[in-house]
Design a protein around this ligand. Structure first.
Ligand code: G3P
Ligand code: MG
Length: 237
């Protein structure tokens, strides 16, 4: 059986505050994950920061949109205490810090560009520049629910793998992907149970099937049996 890649979704986010330095460290220390999935936004003053939502209230002690925060204001937020008081004192990483950490720990990284709610100008080129500055084009691959962004990304940088995230069934998906230049597909896992023929269809086009967010053993086994290339989980342990 081929090796299926395992990625810690927002770090080891089942047990630790999502997208926090602790969640990434614990994925390395406590699991056999091959790498991480994470999410990137741009602050008001142009820093690339690691965070899931476009606004900060669900997972920090602040309120409002990341696009309206400076980097220093984002850094001052506590991003651990909302999960449990024992995790108070966690602070955001920049994209550069996460890349450094992946480099040190030899982890892979699936970077999700969060540009479907706030349309950050120039996000694609900024992400490309950071990955290339770290010479990590072969260890980082990107994805987005914004497929126009992925099309643009691939045109700007053919060397970095791109993926189309989606969470609802499509009409004529085969025709849709024919028009795309994406390398991989990133379906929510239930969609492969709903349309089992999709794994072969994507593989037939040379695309990897990287699926999320698979958090229980039964569905993990099912995805392994279906031959997916990557499982992204909150519980990589
Ligand atoms: O990349 C997989 C998954 O992270 C996509 O959705 O909302 O968890 O970022 P979300
Ligand atoms: Mg994500």
């Amino acid at each position: 059986m081929k090796k299926t890649m395992l990625l810690a979704h927002r770090g080891f986010s089942g047990e630790y505050p999502e997208n926090s330095p602790l969640a990434f460290q614990m994925a390395v220390e406590k699991t056999d994950a091959d790498g991480f999935e994470s999410d990137v936004h741009i602050t008001k003053d142009g820093e690339l920061v690691i965070f899931h939502d476009a606004s900060v209230e669900r997972t920090s002690n602040g309120t409002g949109w990341i696009k309206d925060y400076t980097y220093d204001e984002m850094l001052a937020l506590d991003i651990g205490a909302w999960k449990s008081p024992e995790f108070a004192g966690q602070h955001i990483w920049t994209f550069d810090q996460l890349l450094d950490f992946c480099d040190e720990t030899h982890m892979l990284l699936n970077m999700e560009l969060k540009n479907y709610e706030v349309f950050y100008e120039g996000l694609e080129q900024r992400v490309i520049d950071a990955i290339c500055a770290h010479k990590m084009q072969d260890r980082v691959f990107v994805s987005s629910f914004n497929h126009i962004s992925m099309q643009h990304f691939k045109e700007l940088c053919p060397d970095i793998e791109t993926g189309l995230l989606y969470d609802k069934p499509f009409l004529d998906i085969d025709k849709y992907i024919e028009r795309s230049n994406a390398d991989n597909m990133h379906p929510r896992y239930m969609l492969l149970q709903y349309q089992p023929e999709l794994v072969d269809l994507y593989h037939g086009r040379g695309m990897k099937v990287n699926t999320w967010t698979v958090n229980d053993e039964e569905n993990m086994r099912d995805m392994l049996n279906r031959g997916v290339d990557c499982i992204i989980s909150n519980y990589p342990d």
